[in-house]
Design a protein around this ligand. Structure first.
Ligand SMILES: NC(=O)c1ccc[n+]([C@@H]2O[C@H](COP(=O)([O-])OP(=O)(O)OC[C@H]3O[C@@H](n4cnc5c(N)ncnc54)[C@H](OP(=O)(O)O)[C@@H]3O)[C@@H](O)[C@H]2O)c1
Length: 355
């Protein structure tokens, strides 16, 4: 790619926005031309407005950028990465799509719409077929494409490998989710230290339907959800980054632990993902140790893009049980949106590219 594509980050000062800044610092295809914040931050330098919480240094180019409003007129970008709160995204993202931008969103606002892809390129790259329908129905030259909730993400990657090999009937999950998933400043330290909070607003509903849309099929009415059931318990724990999910599955047809291990270990991303810079390599890392995955030890696997699975064993109530780990602000948010944008570029879906 000769010239890099101009991109903007909406909500660049937050937990996910900072990850975008870090991950896009050296991106071979994309160049950040605008950073946005709320009225609290607009007009300030990024260094002044962002309370930087990532261990790596804030990139020098970002420090001096002046935050602008989340408005297409202020952001001359062909791709827009959205890390906005959902209620704000509901208003703002359509304006960018109307102005011709490809919006790659972390927000929940449009995830349920049948003409909006909920996308994990290593799972369902063909779901971008609904972008044409979205453009036609909504009359905008751009598009909105979403990535799933951070807990649904790693879970769905693991389920995809099993679903393809054996089918699925029922899934029961309990999550242990990091505090960075609540944004910045997120959960108060006095609430979370020495504690587990067994409630995350709206989370269980998302985890119970998003994997079914992701594993669904594209039809004339948009995307039809896959036909299996999920029950979820979601919990906030005192971990900085990375969500663990304990999973029990009832398969469509019986499979041994060895067969399931092979399906997980050998799961490969569809060919279209091969040259995407952010594609996880490997997609799934299957660990054999009895006490892995763990957030502190496994969060950097595959630069935070690989889904780590361990503790695969028989389940006395269902068929199999295992533990999934995924980095919530990388694979589950900013890294996931960047991978989505790479796929859309590869598929020729930028506005004005004729599909
Ligand atoms: N954290 C995760 O692991 C995760 C994972 C997947 C998806 N998500 C989703 O990603 C989105 C961002 O989450 P987060 O955790 O990064 O939240 P956050 O830390 O609270 O950051 C929110 C960002 O939105 C900006 N903002 C707030 N109100 C605004 C307004 N009225 N107009 C324009 N900008 C506004 C803030 O700017 P100021 O700082 O200038 O106020 C900040 O940059 C949410 O929709 C969330 O559900 C998060």
């Amino acid at each position: 790619m000769s010239a890099r594509i101009p991109v903007a980050i909406l909500g660049a000062t937050g937990s996910v926005g900072q990850r975008f800044v870090q991950l896009l610092a050296q991106h071979p295809w994309f160049e950040v031309v605008a950073l946005t914040g709320s009225g609290r931050s607009v007009g300030q330098s990024y260094a002044a407005a962002a309370h930087w919480v990532i261990a790596e240094e804030m990139p020098a180019w970002a420090r001096e950028m002046t935050l602008v409003a989340s408005d297409p007129a202020a952001c001359p970008a062909r791709i827009v990465f959205s890390a906005l709160p959902s209620a704000i995204a509901q208003e703002v993202e359509p304006r960018f799509a109307q102005a011709g931008a490809l919006v790659c969103s972390n927000a929940a606002a449009f995830r349920e719409a049948a003409d909006v892809p909920l996308l994990l390129p290593e799972v369902n790259p063909t779901h971008t077929a609904v972008v044409a329908r979205q453009r036609q129905q909504r009359g905008w030259p751009g598009a909105i494409v979403t990535n799933p909730n951070c807990t649904s993400t790693g879970l769905t990657v693991a389920l995809k490998a099993l679903y393809d090999a054996f089918g699925l009937q029922a899934v029961f999950v309990t999550s242990l989710q990091a505090v960075s998933g609540a944004g910045y400043p997120g959960v108060a330290s006095l609430d979370i230290l020495d504690n587990v909070i067994p409630y995350i607003d709206g989370e269980e509903a998302k985890v119970e339907w998003e994997p079914r849309k992701l594993l669904g099929t594209v039809g004339p009415q948009g995307i039809a959800a896959a036909d299996f059931r999920i029950s979820a318990h979601t919990n906030r724990v005192a971990v900085s980054d990375g969500h663990l999910v304990c999973v029990s599955v009832k398969l469509g047809r019986p499979a041994s632990v060895a067969e399931a291990a092979a399906a997980l270990r050998d799961y490969a991303a569809p060919a279209v993902c091969a040259e995407l810079p952010s594609c996880p390599r490997p997609v799934i890392r299957l660990r054999a140790e009895p006490d892995r995955p763990q957030p502190r030890l496994d969060r950097t696997t595959g630069r935070g893009m690989t889904t780590v699975v361990g503790r695969l064993r028989p389940d006395p109530l269902f068929d199999l049980k295992f533990v999934v780990f995924s980095h919530n602000t990388i694979r589950g948010a900013a890294g996931g949106s960047i991978l989505n944008a790479e796929l859309l570029v590869k598929q020729g879906l930028l506005a004005g590219e004729g599909r």
